[in-house]
Design a protein around this ligand. Structure first.
Ligand SMILES: NC(=O)c1ccc[n+]([C@@H]2O[C@H](COP(=O)([O-])OP(=O)(O)OC[C@H]3O[C@@H](n4cnc5c(N)ncnc54)[C@H](OP(=O)(O)O)[C@@H]3O)[C@@H](O)[C@H]2O)c1
Length: 304
């Protein structure tokens, strides 16, 4: 039975994330389907898309009973809570691993049938990189849950509100920019709306009990090319200069001695990874938005 089309609820963790808002906007724009939006803080409810078919709930991952209550009645949970940048309050362990552990336990107790996890290209529980390792550990928890599991490994996500989209606009806005390694690493940016359509498709699907797929955008290009294309859409040319990756790693390694989080050697490794090499297969996601359209839409969101 097509549960979601028939009105079964999808629970969305990290609902105030960029992906969460885009997903809820798609649910709100459809004729059927209900969602429960989970956020950790009252203030995070503010910017959520509104619809009579979207309920919301403030719950933390340290409240196991409340988490179970919140998931009751959901057929599928889309787990979006997760971080790339650590901070004084959130580490890869708490943000990516322990949140997933708590979510999996609550989903099992609440009788949720299916977990969809948005993970990252490069996720690997044996990785020497703390971010990739934590994403791999989160995947392992979902795979070991005994529930139907869909894991979508994603590249840089572009769309209004994504961290990558904001950084791209900021960097491309000037006439020249200094970027790590001259931006020579290749990217496969994915439109956040394409990801959300795929997530909703997976939520409706019955079938294989564990599925791991990579979903990437239709164009491979270097970060330098991406910046220059975006700058041209903004009406100017961009000169890209290089900050050597080794120097950035050294500097962030040193600043890491006096503060936690922000730009770290681990983050530098992630954001300069070659996404064309990390991606081995791709999800059958239907037609993808051309990069030109994604970028045009992104540039429209830039304040004049
Ligand atoms: N954006 C990308 O390019 C990209 C690429 C690959 C994978 N992903 C993954 O896709 C998912 C959504 O990404 P996004 O960019 O839309 O996220 P985002 O906008 O950065 O939002 C992060 C979400 O995680 C929550 N969070 C932060 N620390 C947490 C903790 N300790 N415990 C539980 N929740 C915590 C945040 O809640 P608060 O607001 O309460 O802190 C927020 O809801 C994430 O898992 C991300 O790692 C994203």
């Amino acid at each position: 039975m097509n549960e979601q089309a028939d009105g079964g609820a999808v629970a969305v963790t990290g609902a105030n994330s960029a992906v969460g808002k885009a997903l809820l906007a798609q649910i709100a724009g459809r004729d059927t389907g209900r969602a429960v939006a989970l956020v950790r803080r009252e203030a995070a409810l503010e910017g959520l898309p509104r619809s009579p078919r979207i309920a919301s709930c403030v719950v933390t991952y340290e409240q196991p009973e409340r988490l179970v209550e919140t998931l009751a009645g959901a057929d599928c949970v889309v787990h979006l809570a997760g971080i790339l940048f650590e901070s004084r309050t959130t580490s890869y362990r708490t943000g990516n691993v322990e949140s997933t552990r708590a979510l999996v336990a609550a989903a099992q107790s609440a009788g949720v049938r299916h977990i969809v996890l948005v993970s990252s290209l490069g996720a690997d529980p044996r990785s020497s990189n703390g971010y990739f390792r934590s994403k791999g550990e989160a995947e392992r928890l979902v795979i070991g849950s005994g529930l139907k599991a869909t894991i979508i490994r994603t590249p840089l996500l572009l769309g209004p509100g994504t961290a990558g989209g904001r950084a791209l606009l900021r960097t491309a806005a000037g006439r020249s920019a200094r970027v790590l390694g001259g931006g020579s690493h290749r990217l496969r940016p994915l439109d956040v709306d394409d990801l959300c359509r795929a997530i909703l498709g997976y939520c409706r699907e019955s079938g294989a009990s564990v599925r791991i797929c990579a979903m990437v955008g239709p164009t491979i290009l270097t970060q330098r090319e991406l910046l220059q294309r975006t700058a041209r859409l903004l009406g100017h040319d961009l000169t890209v200069r290089s900050t050597p990756v080794w120097l950035a790693r050294l500097m962030t390694g040193l600043t890491g001695l006096i503060r936690t989080g922000g730009l770290t050697p681990a983050v530098i490794e992630v954001i300069t990874s070659d996404e064309a090499n990390l991606c081995v297969d791709r999800a059958p996601a239907g037609s993808l938005t051309p990069l030109s359209e994604t970028l045009a839409r992104l540039c429209e969101t830039r304040a004049p």
